[in-house]
Design a protein around this ligand. Structure first.
Ligand code: ATP
Length: 348
């Protein structure tokens, strides 16, 4: 085990234990105030737990019963927050070179390491600029490079994409996928796609307690906790890429827009779309091209002004008026449709 974590923090109502294997990415999911950031603060050494023990590889970072409490800068842990927090007076290259320099590398080595990391995160051309002269998405890439250039044993990411435009998140998510592979990471996120695409396992925390834990795909496919179920409200269909559409295990086809890198024929993919984008018909609709799934309704659940219709693996949010007009009840055979433009397809 690479990271072993047990801690209680009484005034934040936190009592959590988990482990992360070497090279694994663990996503921490949970509602606001659940305690996710508190867990990261304890690991980074910004908050001392009332009781607890955090061991990274074979080094004890904090152990309340042994009175061990390593200073943050000695922990070899990098914390990347929502806001990039770059040093404004240093150039981008100097920001990234900061970690290697503090680890005793020469100026030339540190600059070379900085340029190599900037290149890996797709920010090679920004080295000479000041942080004030780059966009939010670029600043976050630079912050990723800076965190990794310090060669941390553990990377902590606190909603690294929360402050960014939705337009730039797919590209940064792709960069993170590449740099997180084989790197021990704890990632706090609210985004089901981050959990699915970046994390091997997820831990769902609610009111300071672990309520669910497992492989990302499994937890999101069959959520047990209310929070994971709400997250998993997003439709997720796993399939195989066929060049211009995905084929599901039952043979049905899904057409959509590829987000991120183009999958090769035969690659495993996931097609995602919001329940809002799904329409329910009794007969197979004719006309404009779209995805049609023949299925049977197995749950109808009020959701604010709408009704969430569940049918097999699919969810559709429709008005109460249409549920009444179509006379939908449990067991009704229905055709669920979604336009290809509403479906995002990701390579797994
Ligand atoms: N600096 C602080 N001082 C005291 N209590 C705090 C502090 N920060 C957070 N808390 C409290 O600790 C609990 C856990 O908060 P934490 O920020 O860890 O949750 P979170 O899961 O990261 O939430 P979010 O998703 O909103 O970031 C909450 O009850 C919160 O109000």
């Amino acid at each position: 085990m690479s990271l072993e974590f047990t801690a209680t923090v009484a005034d934040r109502g936190l009592e959590v234990a988990f482990e992360v294997a070497t090279g694994e990415t663990l996503a921490l999911l949970g509602p606001n105030g659940a305690g996710k950031s508190t867990v990261l603060s304890v690991i980074a050494g910004l908050l001392r737990p009332d009781t607890g023990r955090v061991v990274l590889d074979d080094r004890t970072l904090v152990a309340t019963d042994e009175r061990v409490d390593l200073a943050p800068h000695l922990r070899e842990v990098a914390l990347l927050a929502q806001e990039p927090l770059l040093f404004p007076h240093l150039s981008v290259r100097e920001n990234v070179a900061f970690g290697p320099r503090s680890r005793g590398r020469s100026r030339t080595e540190a600059r070379a390491a900085a340029d190599a990391w900037l290149d890996r995160v797709g920010a090679a051309e920004l080295g000479d600029r000041k942080p004030g002269e780059v966009s939010g998405g670029q600043a976050q890439r630079i912050a990723v490079a800076r965190a990794l250039a310090a060669e941390p044993h553990l990377l902590l990411l606190d909603e690294p994409m929360a402050a960014l435009d939705v337009a730039v998140t797919p590209a940064l998510r792709q960069t993170l996928r590449q740099v997180l592979a084989d790197r021990t990471t704890v990632l706090v996120t609210h985004d089901v796609l981050d959990a699915l695409l970046l994390a091997d396992r997820v831990l769902v925390i609610d009111e300071g307690r672990v309520v669910e834990e497992g492989r990302s795909g499994e937890v999101l496919a069959q959520p047990r906790s209310a929070f994971a179920a709400r997250l998993a409200g997003l439709n997720l269909l796993h399939g195989t890429w066929r060049g211009d559409h995905a084929v599901l295990p039952d043979g049905s086809q899904v057409h959509g827009i590829v987000a991120g890198p183009e999958p090769a024929v035969g690659d495993l993919v996931v097609a995602t779309f919001r329940p809002h984008a799904v329409a329910v018909y009794l007969e197979r609709p004719v006309g404009s091209p779209r995805n049609v799934f023949a299925t049977t309704i197995d749950d109808l659940e009020p959701l604010g002004d709408l009704i969430r219709v569940r049918a097999g693996q699919l969810s559709a949010d429709v008005t109460a008026h249409s549920v009444a007009a179509l006379d939908l009840v449990l067991g009704t055979a229905a055709q669920l449709t979604v336009k290809a433009t509403e479906v995002a397809i990701y390579r797994l």
